[in-house]
Write a protein that binds this ligand. Sequence first.
Ligand SMILES: [Zn+2]
Ligand SMILES: [Zn+2]
Length: 227
Amino acid sequence: MCTTSLTTCEWKKVFYEKMEVAKPADSWELIMDPNLKLNELAPGWKQYLEQHASGRFHCSWCWHTWQSTHVVILFHMYLDREQRAGSVRMRVFKQLCHECGTARLDESSMLEENIESLVDNLITSLREQCYEEDGGQYRIHVASRPDAGPHRSEFCEACQEGVVHWKPSEKLLEEEATSCTFSGASKPSAQEGSGYSFFSLRWCLFGAALCLLIVYLQFSFRSSAFL
Ligand SMILES: [Zn+2]
Ligand SMILES: [Zn+2]
């Protein structure tokens, strides 16, 4: 029945199971839509953006696998209250392979590590936006913790499309890096300054010595002229 990828099947399975419990009277469908765009919503549709999902990708070209804690998932959702039917369209923003860099976005895949908690967050947002209920707490992912590797925007489909998904801590780190460069740049100029004053002191001494020499020479020339 499920002819698409294993990940898609897993998403659908978890979503249908959880929606059956959350809203048994309504029928919901989940559709993968790789053309979904941020903030481009049809009338009545709602949007939810998961910005720090954690996922493992693998490149089918060079078999390189990598973990990312900055996976962006976009959901558009709509509930037809009369028909008691709703639909969710989702797009997982892909990442280019860090090793070979080839544009095999459609080949990289996110493994079903934390689909459960991601679906929980989606349903929380659904409750809030489509049912106007208190959806409860959003689940915090492992991805929310500061991770070791920096985010490589050039490999990220979301960043390339202008989806801002940076964490404040990263912004702070960026600012720190900038201020570090600043103080680093001001250090040599201070050394330059002290170097210059030392240099000018030497010039002063040299000038004074030169003056004394001229005075001495003039004096000795005059005294020799007397003779
Ligand atoms: Zn690769
Ligand atoms: Zn990104």
